[in-house]
Write a protein that binds this ligand. Sequence first.
Ligand SMILES: NC(=O)c1ccc[n+]([C@@H]2O[C@H](COP(=O)([O-])OP(=O)(O)OC[C@H]3O[C@@H](n4cnc5c(N)ncnc54)[C@H](OP(=O)(O)O)[C@@H]3O)[C@@H](O)[C@H]2O)c1
Length: 305
Amino acid sequence: MKILLTGASGMVGRNIQDHPSASEHDWLTPSSAALNLLDYRTVKQYFETHRPDAVIHAAGRVGGIQANMREPVRFLVDNLDMGRNVLIAAAETGVTRLINFGSTCMYPKDQQGALAEDDVLTGMLEPTNEGYALAKITVARLADYLGRENPQLQYKTVIPCNLYGPYDKFDPRWSHMIPAVIHKLHQAKQQGLDSVEIWGTGQARREFLYAGDLADAVMRALANFESLPSLMNIGLGHDYTVNQYYEIAAKVVGYQGGFHHDLSKPTGMQRKLSDTRRAAEWGWQPGHSLEQGLANTYQYYLNQL
Ligand SMILES: NC(=O)c1ccc[n+]([C@@H]2O[C@H](COP(=O)([O-])OP(=O)(O)OC[C@H]3O[C@@H](n4cnc5c(N)ncnc54)[C@H](OP(=O)(O)O)[C@@H]3O)[C@@H](O)[C@H]2O)c1
């Protein structure tokens, strides 16, 4: 297939291109400079010129809590506009297969138990990234509506949990938990420190999926498009405490010191876990253990150094 991959330079896009099965397809991978997804006329023209067989929409304005709180307008409008432009241009030019990326922030904030696909739009959203979440929900619903109006259009949304892996951002100013832990432990090893600080008690539980496993699910989706549910979580289905992430990462990095907790620092949300039963019924499960995923990510980090 000739596949348009938006967001090809991002963490998700790069892991998709690195997947062993990627070579079975021809990829269109324009940067935002070559194809600004915020401009509908440019997007439509691109689809008319290149006529992809399928689209993987992995572009987005993605950021942490601080950025989301500072710029809710940009997070809402940019993600909404990109999604709308890509989906409508695809539909108007007859592209029948499209995979859209959601996010677990689409789920209600006070959800009890694991987050299941049918829970979307059943409660209030987390206020710190509400704009981003509203855009993600709207684009996912748009994908669904387009398919309802024209059953030939198979426009599906996958909802990955938090990701880590190669191409993650390791700069402490922007990094998420796993790259921050790897960077901290690597530095502690280099400096011969005998203790590394963990914020809070470290008892909060987190679910992180190896980005190569998400790429694997996307490849499976391309080969089994009809059976892919229209909305499906792609997660690990189980979680680890923050302390466990530190312990396993320490083994991978080779840091042999101990840990201490700063209880004055915030721990964040206690738990957020995705329900992966739909993905399991579809026949997919993650292939990398946490140790393998961390080892690959650490190798990437060392190569970058
Ligand atoms: N990373 C995670 O933990 C995670 C978890 C759940 C869901 N997701 C979802 O997965 C998708 C990809 O995330 P990611 O982590 O790969 O993001 P990322 O690393 O921040 O990459 C964002 C991508 O979007 C592109 N982009 C931004 N604005 C654009 C524009 N105006 N026109 C064209 N392209 C534009 C960027 O292209 P340039 O570099 O060329 O500007 C870049 O390739 C997003 O929808 C995100 O919500 C990610």
